[in-house]
Every structure is written in structure tokens, then in C-alpha cells.
Design a protein around this ligand. Structure first.
Ligand code: NAP
Length: 199
């Protein structure tokens, strides 16, 4: 609502919830419908400046973090946006790769889904890991039960950012620590659907 528009609080009064700094989200960042019928587990790596990507690539090369990603997601479902899939370029072995795209496409070894609703019936015995990129985190991070977040100790230039999560999740248990990064397992605060996932 534009500032000062007539509303139930009186003509030309600013709505009390109006935030001076509020910017409507871009259309591609509209959130998913909630709540999700299955727990979602987010997995990501974020730099100190919240950067997660640059020109559709990861801005770092951290083999130990790749190993953690592999071991954590192995045997489960990896859900990613079309741009992230293109940056990887192929399905990751041992996992079910599901790609969100609004365009009809066919990619060998990949399940393309046109919206979130098509996700929930896929291989119900497996866990669903939300693996990015920025637009998917922005849509669904607030619906995730858990967050595996690699806190990278650098501040590279980038054009893809991780959304605010600190108000949604606890401070996290440290799973791995190296000079380059710390991996924390954050649990969603007050979430009814915490999975029994353990490493
Ligand atoms: N550091 C990390 O942990 C991490 C992890 C993953 C990715 N990344 C980085 O993140 C960046 C990519 O993020 P991004 O936001 O540009 O792209 P993205 O989220 O990977 O993909 C965006 C695309 O996903 C599809 N999509 C998104 N929401 C949809 C919905 N609700 N329904 C149907 N389709 C939907 C659309 O594809 P169509 O255009 O085909 O319709 C959209 O253009 C890259 O730099 C990548 O390296 C970083």
C-alpha cells in the first residue's frame, strides 16, 4: 500500500505496519505456499558478507566442504533452481536431482518440476535437501526445519546472497571447523517438524 493511502486507520494515515525501508520482494522471490507437507532441510555455504554465488558460480573452492555436502546429502533428494543446476551441469551421483523450472525442459537423470506442489510426492522415504540457489532459499528458507550452513571466512564479490536466517534458527551446533570455514547445523526455532536427522 502506498504511504499515506486511505486505509482502515483513517484517510491519509500511514498504515501502522508500514516500514520506511520496506522494499517489495522481486517477483521471482515470492515465497512458496506453506506449510510444507514434508520437512525441508536447507544446505548452503555463505561468506561473511552473505555472498553465496557470483556469475552463477561458487566464489570459492573448498574441497572439504564439498565432501561434507556429499556425505550429508548422499542417498537423498537434492532440490535446486534451474540456474544452480546449470552451474553444476549434471546430476550428482547417488542422489535424486530435482530442478525447479517454469519452462518445460528435459534433462537426462533429472526430475524437472514446475512448482513446489510437485515436490512432495517424490520418493517419500527420502529427505529433501534445499540446495539453492538464492531464489529458492529466499522462497523457502523460512519453511525449513534444519539448516546446514557453511560459514566461509572470506568476503568475496558476488551477486547471489543468502537471506536472513538468524531470527529463524538457533545458533547451531558446530559440525566441522577449519581455518577456512565452520559448518553449523542450525535447528529451526519452534518448528514442529524437526526431523530425526543425525550425522
Ligand atoms: N553457496 C551455496 O551454498 C550455493 C548453493 C546453490 C547455489 N548457489 C549460487 O546461487 C546462484 C544461483 O541462484 P539464483 O537465485 O540465481 O538461481 P536459482 O535459484 O538456482 O534458479 C532460479 C531459477 O529456478 C527456477 N525457479 C525458481 N523458483 C521457482 C518456482 N517457484 N517455480 C518454478 N521454478 C522456479 C526458475 O527457472 P526457469 O528460469 O527455468 O523458470 C528460476 O529462473 C549461483 O551463483 C550459484 O552458484 C550457491
Amino acid at each position: 500500500m502506498p504511504r499515506g493511502a486511505p486505509n482502515c486507520f483513517g484517510p491519509n494515515e500511514p498504515h501502522p505496519l508500514w516500514l520506511e525501508s520496506y522494499t517489495p520482494p522481486a517477483k521471482k522471490f515470492l515465497r512458496m505456499n506453506n506449510p510444507p507437507p514434508r520437512p525441508l532441510l536447507a544446505i548452503a555455504a555463505m561468506a561473511e558478507n552473505r555472498v553465496i554465488g557470483n556469475r552463477n558460480r561458487l566464489p570459492w573452492h573448498l574441497p572439504a566442504d564439498f565432501q561434507f555436502f556429499k556425505k550429508t546429502t548422499m542417498g537423498h533428494i537434492l532440490l535446486m533452481g534451474r540456474a544452480t543446476y546449470e552451474s553444476i551441469g549434471h546430476p550428482l551421483p547417488g542422489r535424486t536431482t530435482v530442478v525447479l523450472s517454469r519452462q518445460p525442459r528435459q534433462l537426462p537423470g533429472v526430475q524437472i518440476i514446475p512448482d513446489w506442489n510437485a515436490l512432495w510426492d517424490i520418493e517419500p522415504e527420502k529427505k529433501i535437501f534445499l540446495a539453492g540457489g538464492a531464489s529458492l532459499y529466499a522462497q523457502a528458507l523460512d519453511q525449513c526445519a534444519e539448516l546446514f550452513l557453511t560459514h566461509v571466512r572470506s568476503a568475496p564479490p558476488g551477486d547471489a546472497f543468502f537471506p536472513a536466517f538468524e531470527h529463524l534458527f538457533d545458533q547451531g551446533k558446530i559440525l566441522e571447523e577449519t581455518p577456512e570455514f565452520t559448518i553449523r547445523h542450525h535447528l529451526r526455532l519452534n518448528h514442529p517438524a524437526h526431523s530425526a536427522f543425525t550425522l
